[in-house]
Design a binder for this molecule. Structure first.
Ligand code: M6R
Length: 611
């Protein structure tokens, strides 16, 4: 969690860092801080958002060509000024920003206290900065060496940028487990947790690997391992469109991203399903298709919305490729000592490519000899680099904390994968394969038709915005959409919501139905339709408020439900790509009407890089 920005060059560091921190606020927004090298290092911090920091120091001297900044998602200690980064060592010599968790901080703290060190925050980071100072002073080594020695003593995850009063012309950057990228400009260097703060200055990027350090000085960039071996940096060209990381006229990133689904699904299909073609091509996994065809089992791992996408994938792979699938929360999988066989395929799904639990699960699966594939959105992030091969979703940057276009892009990739494997394996007929390819191509236009109903959905949101609870029900392919609808509502509007398979209602949740309970049903045309209609009748009979998604032309449900939203017809396996959209829009509008910060919901962060 937490976002880091650093700058060293000929520009004023302050505006570069502030702008960069604003781009990284999705990573955490409990507090923000900045340190600028002037005559000595000057540190400013504020609880709240980056704009609060800006206001609090509007009258201060913000000059300096070297600086570091941080936007925090609290882990150790509550969001206070003392706990905000940057943290400064006891004598004021060393200053650093940190993203990650130092697991053995308590024992190091005790050790440092013996030598008279005092601690003013509850953070693990303050322990690290003092450990570096302690090494620097006692071993009488350079800043680089002090950082190296200190890092060898710690256990845990870090992305850090360190500066010092005594070496005011350099920054030391290091990574283990928490992402860091360095942008190489012309006589200037940028450091950040991802490339978004950097793209407008340079497209030359170096992604630090775990246990690597970069020493950045005046026209100097050296990459080394923590063991002090020099590494030849691999400079990547990034292709990130500035417009795509700004709001572009929408009130919130979330709304922009919901509306982008017309193009993000199109982009995800582009080059893989030819416009006039009848074939699916997935270059990223072409070499493992034979392994897929022979696979005895697929294990899908992910968290949150990515886990929901995995559940849709389970139905797809089992239907089209007849391969048994297990979908696991990465956080459970990594500690469960799961049985993984040689002929299993592990498929990790992640928007950010940085989720700590998913990364740890991948590493564990690889250690057990599994072939691990990824479905990721952020190019160059840790998961694509850790997996054997995979497919990018091409959804473009997703900034809103609530995942929307990433979900539909992930499901689109899962659809292409499962159809391709099923066809190659012979478990999917050529006719159905062709039919589904045509349906895939129709998705952008059908998504657009649903987005055109925004006003109707907004009206509906108005009616239900004051509820305290909600239930989402769906069956088969629509069960994961029910889960996703409930997650969207709770995470941005703070309304308690639960998703269930509709048939499970009678095993408990039906007890909750009364005249105050809205129940969001997915009752589109599929094999479960009649049964879901019966569930709708059961809710209506108990005076629950039924809001239902139905297939265009349905006349039955509207007689029972309070509200219906029509969805264009499509093969049931692809219907989740359409039915999720009204749920995204309802959650968005309810949250806005309740005055919630939809892009940065409380307690959450976009990228969960801690356990
Ligand atoms: O980046 P990832 O897809 O790995 O993130 C997984 C979850 O943290 C994420 O989907 C989270 O649940 C979202 N806030 C859901 O909207």
């Amino acid at each position: 969690m937490c976002g880091i920005v650093g700058y060293l060059g000929y520009r004023d560091a302050y505006p570069v860092i502030i702008k960069g921190l604003k781009r990284l606020e999705y990573r955490g927004y409990d507090s923000a801080g900045i340190a600028l090298i002037q005559d000595k290092v000057e540190v400013h911090k504020s609880i709240g958002r980056v704009q609060d920091l800006e206001q609090s120091i509007s009258d201060k001297d913000k000059s300096g060509n070297i600086g570091i900044g941080h936007t925090r998602w609290a882990t150790h200690g509550s969001p206070t000024n003392d706990n905000a980064h940057p943290h400064v060592s006891n004598s004021g010599l060393i200053t650093l920003v940190h993203n990650g968790i130092i697991e053995n901080y308590a024992s190091i703290k005790t050790h440092l206290e013996v030598y008279g060190y005092k601690f003013y925050s509850d953070t693990d980071t303050e322990v690290l900065v003092n450990l570096i100072e302690y090494v620097y002073k006692t071993a009488k080594v350079s800043l680089e060496e002090a950082v190296r020695i200190a890092l060898k003593k710690i256990v845990g995850a870090y992305g850090i940028v360190v500066i010092s009063n005594e070496e005011p012309d350099r920054m030391i950057v290091a990574r283990n487990g928490s992402p860091l990228v360095v942008g190489l400009g012309d006589k200037e260097f940028f450091v950040a947790s991802d490339a978004t703060p950097i793209v407008e200055y340079t497209d030359n990027i170096v992604y630090l690997n775990d246990r690597q350090m970069a020493i950045i000085g005046d026209e100097e960039f050296t990459l080394k391992t923590i063991e002090n071996e020099v590494v030849l940096p691999e400079i990547k060209k990034i292709d990130l469109d500035i417009e795509k990381i700004e709001k572009g006229g929408y009130d919130h990133f979330m709304l922009k991203e919901i509306f982008e689904q017309v193009s993000s699904i199109h982009d995800t299909l582009r080059g893989r399903v030819a416009i006039d073609g009848k074939e699916i091509t997935l270059g990223g996994i072409s070499s493992v298709i034979p392994q897929f065809v022979k696979a005895k089992r697929i294990l899908i791992i992910g968290c949150g919305t990515s886990w929901h996408a995995g559940l849709v994938g389970e139905y797809m792979f089992e239907e089209f490729a007849r391969i048994p699938v297990e979908v696991e929360y990465a956080s459970e999988f990594r500690y469960r000592n799961p049985v993984i066989n040689d002929d299993d395929i592990v498929l990790a799904i992640s928007q950010s490519g940085e989720t700590a639990d998913t990364l740890a699960a991948i590493k564990m699966a690889k250690e057990k000899g599994a072939t691990v594939l990824g479905i990721c959105n952020v190019v160059g992030s840790s998961i694509p680099r850790e997996t054997d091969s995979g497919v990018y979703t091409h959804a473009g940057p997703e900034i809103g904390v609530a995942s929307t276009k990433a979900f539909t892009a992930q499901v689109t990739v899962l659809a292409m994968m499962s159809l391709l494997v099923g066809f190659k394996k012979g478990t999917l007929s050529s006719e159905l394969y062709q039919e589904l390819i045509v349906d895939l191509q129709s998705l952008p236009e059908k998504v657009k038709a649903i987005l055109d109903k925004e006003e109707q959905i907004k009206e509906l949101a108005k009616e239900y915005k004051d509820v305290s609870n909600a239930i989402y029900l769906g069956r088969g392919y629509q069960y994961p959409v029910a889960l996703e609808g409930a997650l969207k509502l709770k995470e941005i509007s703070y309304i308690h919501a639960e998703g269930y398979p509709a048939a499970e209602m009678k095993h408990g949740p039906i007890a909750l139905i009364d005249e105050n309970m809205p129940v969001f049903f997915i009752a589109t045309q599929d094999v479960y339709y009649e049964k879901v209609v019966s569930n709708i009748r059961e809710v209506a009979a108990r005076k629950g408020h039924v809001i239902a998604l139905v297939t265009e032309g349905d006349n039955l449900v509207s007689e029972i439900a309070e509200r219906v939203i029509e969805i264009p017809s499509i093969h049931e396996s692809l219907a989740p790509l359409l039915t999720v959209i009204p749920w995204q829009l309802i959650s968005y509008h309810i949250a806005v009407m309740r005055g919630c910060n939809v892009d940065m919901p409380r307690n959450l962060a976009k990228s969960v890089t801690v356990e």
